[in-house]
Design a protein around this ligand. Structure first.
Ligand code: NAD
Length: 335
């Protein structure tokens, strides 16, 4: 107390300080995506206990200080950082991994595989030293393969390793549908499943607005024969990332919001459904040990159930093809 005279005059300590909050979230990687996640989580008040890690010490410290100075507006959140001391992540409820190289202009997500696997090898085992039972949310690309990599490296049960998968693609899809129909994106019900990115599968057969399926109004919807060319919406979804990267260098806000929504499902144990990358073996006759997105409910323990969607033969075939291609790529990964 001698070193803190004012403190000593103001307070009489009555118990030991408690630092464990039970809602600790760690974000690995404070690039554009990591910081968009951090900002969304803090401003949506999903956590008041945030840890940031990144190998770029200056950026890390700068980002932490910038956020800390807004802490009074963020339910007095505690924000900590470390570049290399993984003990700071101890007892995280959720760990979000955004670290990695990002796509270069025109580069496919698959080309990033080994570069980002090597980064994961330097991160995931260290996280597991200090966290017995966390939920991992993988964002780094190629997200489906890296979720598999994180699952293998972590030894966690499969329901605790979640890839953000096509949740972002689905949100882009809903937005584009909403623009055509002039209603809110959240009132447009449609799913993009399978692989995040170029080979994602739009489930046209179940796109609906308040239960009215668009296939009933336009049986050719989503096909090349459709005169209204709804198919172009999916093409636009696929092109979105490339387009935004071309325009501003990276994508960030929508993925940050998507991650924040998934975190809210976990924190509040809602069983809300998201299009998430999970082990797809056993679904839709797929036998490959790969992760692809399906509508999945999320609660306090991670993924609690997966929806057995009624898909058309062509939708199933597209999923199976994605699984085959990914399994082939995974064979080449050096663990
Ligand atoms: P970025 O380059 O801005 O940030 C990546 C950060 O990771 C950097 O700050 C870098 O220093 C850090 N990093 C690299 N290796 C590290 C290590 N070993 N330990 C700690 N930190 C490390 O990239 P970004 O734009 O933030 O994108 C991050 C990732 O997210 C990319 O793989 C990108 O493709 C992916 N992404 C995924 C989605 C999705 O929907 N899943 C959407 C957008 C971006």
């Amino acid at each position: 107390m001698a070193s803190k005279p004012t403190y000593g005059k103001l307070f009489t300590d009555v118990s030991e300080p408690v630092t464990k909050t039970g809602n600790k979230v760690t974000i690995i990687g404070v690039g554009a995506v990591g910081m968009a996640c951090a900002f969304a989580l803090l401003s949506e008040k999903q956590t008041n206990d945030l840890v940031l890690m990144d190998m770029d010490r200056n950026k890390l410290k700068g980002e932490m200080l910038d956020l800390q100075q807004g802490a009074a507006f963020l339910r007095n959140a505690r924000i900590q950082e470390s570049a290399d001391d993984y003990s700071i992540t101890r007892d995280s409820r959720i760990i979000i991994v955004t670290a990695g190289a990002r796509q270069r202009e025109g580069e496919s997500r698959l080309a990033l595989v080994q570069r980002n696997t090597d980064i994961f090898k330097s991160i995931i085992p260290k996280l597991m030293e200090y966290n017995k039972n966390p939920i991992l949310i993988i964002v780094s690309n190629p997200v489906d393969i890296l979720t598999y990599v994180a699952w293998k490296l972590s030894g966690l049960p499969v329901h605790k390793v979640i890839g953000t998968g096509t949740n972002l693609d689905t949100s882009r899809f809903k937005y584009l549908i909403s623009q055509r129909l002039d209603i809110a994106p959240s009132s447009c019900h449609g799913w993009i499943i399978g692989e995040h990115g170029d080979n994602s599968v739009p489930v046209w057969s179940s796109v609906n607005v308040s239960g009215v399926r668009l296939t009933e109004l336009n049986p050719k919807i989503g096909t090349k024969e459709d005169e209204e060319d709804w198919l172009s919406l999916h093409k636009e979804v696929v092109q979105s990332a490339y387009e935004i990267i071309k325009l501003k260098g990276y994508t960030s806000w929508a993925i940050g919001l998507s991650v924040c929504d998934i975190v809210s499902g976990i924190m509040r144990n809602t069983n809300n459904l998201y299009a998430l990358s999970t082990l797809i073996k056993g679904f839709h006759c797929i036998q490959d040990e790969v992760f692809l997105s399906l509508p999945a409910a999320v609660g306090v323990d991670g993924i609690s159930k997966v929806v057995n969607q009624k898909l058309t033969p062509s939708e199933v075939q597209q999923l199976q093809e994605s699984a085959r291609v990914i399994a082939e790529v995974q064979k080449g990964i050096q663990f």
